[in-house]
Structures are given as structure tokens and as C-alpha cells.
Design a protein around this ligand. Sequence first.
Ligand SMILES: [Zn+2]
Ligand SMILES: [Zn+2]
Length: 154
Amino acid sequence: MTLDVSRALQQPGEQFPFSVAMADAEKNGETDRFPDEVDVRGVRADGIFVGGGDTVFVRGRARAEVLSKCARCLADVTKTIETPVHEVYGTDADPDDPERRRLEGYEVDLTDAVYSALALSLPIRFLCREDCKGLCTVCGADLNEGPCGHESDA
Ligand SMILES: [Zn+2]
Ligand SMILES: [Zn+2]
């Protein structure tokens, strides 16, 4: 997903709002960033960009719907994650400098910035609810639906 920042380069200091929708992680070829059982959809980014000389600053937020399985009972879990995206793009950026991304012509590519921010903000594990009782280790029953008779052994 690229952003046309030509206006910002022509009008330094002025803030330009943006709001973009991105393809799902799978369509974008970004699945390597996420665990296999995690599906990332409905990716959006919005915020502002400001130009100054040959540099563009992007300040915004990335948001996505994340589908996964409960770590305890394996039920489907959907969560919305939201994370800040603060990036600096420059025409003189060193490709090896992760703090400063490359500005190509009049466009900045937000894809990497947005997906890496989302990957970093993933919860360590997904739970369908905080007090999920999980599955019985003996018979595999979903203990959220009631006792199966094995819990006294635990
Ligand atoms: Zn659960
Ligand atoms: Zn049981």
C-alpha cells in the first residue's frame, strides 16, 4: 500500500490526513510475520503525514481483525488490534537503517511499516475469555460447558 506524498513535499509543515485499507495478510504475502494459526484481515491505517525537505513523517494507527484459536479450548477467537505507526521516510535513507525508510519518488510504501507494527502488537496468546476453563485433559470435554467428572482427579 503506497501513499502519494507529493503534496506534503510541496507544502512543508502542512499536515495531510490519510486513511487506507490494505489487503489481507495472505493476499499481501505477509503471512510469514504471523503464526500459522493467526489470520489477519481488515487491515486499515489512518493518520497524518507531514513533509519537510526530502523527508516525510507518518504518524498514525494501524488496525486489523485477527482470527485465531483460544489457547485453552481451541474455540475461534476474533480480536481487533490497534497499534501506533510512526515512521520517517527520506530520499537519502540508508536501506540498512530500520529507523528511516526509503522515499521513492513521491510515494511511501506503508505495507512493511503497518504489518510489522501489527505483528509486534499481537497478543502472546489468544483466549476466548480471560477465565476460559479449557478442555479436560482426560476426555477432551469443553469445561466451559460444565463439569465432565474428571476435574476431581486434577
Ligand atoms: Zn477458550
Ligand atoms: Zn473429562
